[in-house]
Each structure stands twice: as structure tokens, then as C-alpha cells.
Design a protein around this ligand. Sequence first.
Ligand code: MG
Length: 386
Amino acid sequence: MVALPENGRHRIIEVIAHPLTQRLPAPTQTSWGRYDAVSILLVEVRTDTGLVGVGESLARFAPVAYAELVEAALAPRLLGQDPLAIGANWARMRRALSGRAGGMLIEAIAGVDIALWDIAGKAANLPIWRLLHGEARPEVPVYAASVNWGGDDEAVAETVARFAERGFGRMKIKIGTPVRAACARIALVRKLAGDDVELTADANWAYVLDDAATVGRALADNGYTWFEEPLRPEDEDGYRMLRARCPVPLAAGESNYTADQAAPLVRDRTLSCLQPNVTRAGGISETLRMARLAAQHDVAYAPHVGMSGIICEAASLHLAAALPNARVMECPVSANRFKSELADLAPGAARAANGNLAVPQEPGLGLSIDWDAVASMEFLARKDVA
Ligand SMILES: [Mg+2]
């Protein structure tokens, strides 16, 4: 526990950004493209009472630009402020952008916001999920992500077998174009996985409406649970039309920055499942607003993690532990140094038992960062930024 100063308030004295890049040990292939390297931004917030919070921003490319946003546009608005006044601090940061909320600034805010929640938990000596006063689940169901798009049948069989060996009873596959190849892949994975495995498919916006309807029928024929991001996220009318034509529930949300952006397809229940990424969607504060909006409309919440790092995974776990409509969380299984090397919390895929991840019990996010590992990656990011 950290003693409060005499006036009863902590004050923010430093906000530090750490841009990180890694070469992926094995490339990730989606309909969007092939990823050989990936970046994130870590954010460190320090107080005059010795508390340190850490957060993460989704920063796939140009992480140094995100670091500049945090240190030049956000930090000056926070220095001297009370870190526990998270709502006020979020509003202060939001005013760094006079236009609609979105893009890199909201992703940068996400990193700071998560660090402030980490501080709030440490100040209260409670894990973040306890601060959220929700369901208090001891573990969260997860699904293995993902079977790559492309590759041959042998590679697909190897991945499905690896997921099954690790005890995952839920798996996601990536699909794309051509449509016939996607339909063949959908049937192949069902055959390989067997009827008892819960399968979902993610198109990463690969389709136009008619093609998405065709793929949707193949997913229904093979008993898939949801069809993720079939269309580009701006095509809200397309999603509504597809909902009427597609027998499989639709999932999306990782491309949204705010609850306002998620609202139209949640309110009319075009989406059955909302998948915000906490390191994109304004941090824990805004992701909470999105997930609660979804709960009001009986839409499930399923945190997106993707190629993010260990803090994204931990923050998502705290949210899923607390929110009543949390259904299942993404658990990427491919090698990722942002998970295996950065923190003392072992990577989720290694900890997942019987398809569940245990929720951290320590104060704040429940992890401590290995700053030596961070230093080595920061050097790579500055020398070799994508
Ligand atoms: Mg996705």
C-alpha cells in the first residue's frame, strides 16, 4: 500500500511512452495481408506518491509517432492532475482533438487510460476487476486464435491439432477470397476439429455483400458460431442487409474507437457480439461504455486481443471478469514476444487450462513489466520502425 500524502491526493508527475517493435517468430496471415513485424506502445504513468501504472496502445505501425502523441499532446494535460480522477483525465486528453473521436489519438489515450486504472487498483490494493464491481468471475472462457488464411491443408491440420492438444474447445479461423476457397476451408476445419469444437470465422473485411451472404450460408451449414467482420466497418447498411440474409450471428467491433461508433449496430442488434480492443477503444474507460451499451441490448461482449501485448490481454481479462455480458475472450496462440518476454505474467495461451484463463488477483493489472526487455525492443523500434 502506498501512503497518501497529507492532502489525500496523488499527483501525476511523469508520463513516459515506450514504442516497441518485434519481428514475429512466425508471420500472421489474414485477408488483410501478411504481418512479419508488429508494434505496440507501452505507457508508464508515475505519481508523486511512488505509484507506477502501465498501459498499452494499439500502434501497429509507426509506434514512435504514437509516443510523440502521448508525450507532446497528452502528458502536458495530465501533469499535476489526480490520477484517480480517470473520467476527468480522459476528457482532458480527448480535448487534444477538436474533431470526431477516433484514430491514433484515441489509441494513444487508451494506453494512458489503462495505466491510470492500474494506478487506481494499486492505490486501492485491489485488482481492477474488483474496482468494476461486476461479476467477479475467477476465470474467463477463451478461444484459440487463429488458423491462418492461406497455407495448405497440412498447415491447417497442424494448427487445429496444436490448438486441440492445448485443450482449446473453441477456435477461430481466418478466411478471405476467393469465396470458393473460403467455403472449402470452412468445411475442412469443421471436419478436422470435429462437431464438439465451437468454431468462428474472421474475414477481416474481405467481402462485398453478396459474397458475404454465400460465405455465411457455408458457415451455417458447418455449425459455426459467428461470422466476424465480413464487411468493411463503415458499411453499416451492408451489415444490416447481411443480417437479414445470413443465418449465422454477426460479430464486429475491433475497428471501433468509441461507444458512439459501436452504438448503431448494437442498438438494432445487427451484431450479436461486440469485440472492442481495449488498446484501441480508448482504454478500460471507453471499452466499459461499449460493453455496457452492448449489455443493455443483449449483445455479447468478447474482447479482441489480436497481435497486441500482455497488457492488452490483462486489461481484457479484468473487463471480462467483471462484465455481465462477457461471453468469451480471444486467446492468440502464435508466438509473440510482447506476451512471452515483457511481463512476469505468463502468456495467456500457456496459462489457459481447459479453455479458460485465470483472472489476476494482484492489485491493478496484476503484472510487472520487465524493463530490460522493453529497452531492447525500444531500440529496435527507433532503428527499424515500420
Ligand atoms: Mg478480427
